[in-house]
Write a new protein. Sequence first.
Length: 162
Amino acid sequence: MKSLSDSISEYQDALNKGHIQKAYRGIMSFMSDLKGSLSKKYPDYLTSSLYTGYLDMTYFAFTPSELRNMKLKVAIVYLHDEGRFEVWLSGNNRKIQAEYIKRLSHINIEGYQLSKVMPGVDSIIESIIINHPDFDHPIELKKLIEGATLKFIQDINHLINN
C-alpha cells in the first residue's frame, strides 16, 4: 500500500497534466447548468444546492412536493469513478431510509435497485440513467437526464402509493 505522500505525489503529477482540472470544471459546470435548468423549468420541485463531493460523487436533490411531504428526496448523482449518472430515492435521515427499504423489500420494484441498510449507503432505490455520458452534447444529455428522472419520480410515486 502506498503512503499518503506517494499518493499525493501521484495526484500532483496528474494535476500537472491539466486533464483533471478540465474534466472536473466541465462536470461541475454541467451539473450546475442542469440544476439551474431543472429548477427554472420545475419551480414546484425542491432543488438543493450542488454537493461537489471528494471526486467520488456530485449531486443535487430534485424533489417534488408529494415525496418531500413523505420525508423523501430524489437525487441526481454523477459518480466520478464509474463515469455515469444515476438517480436515487433517499430519505431525509437514516431512520426514514431504513423504514422505506424494509417496506419496499416486500414488493416488486420494477427493475430498480433496492439498497441495503448499511453504513455509507445514502439511497433507498438507485437507477442508472446513463453510463459514459457524452458531455460534448450537453443539451441532449440534459434532456436524457430530465426524462429519466421524471420517469423515475413517476415510478416511485406509483410504488409508494400502491
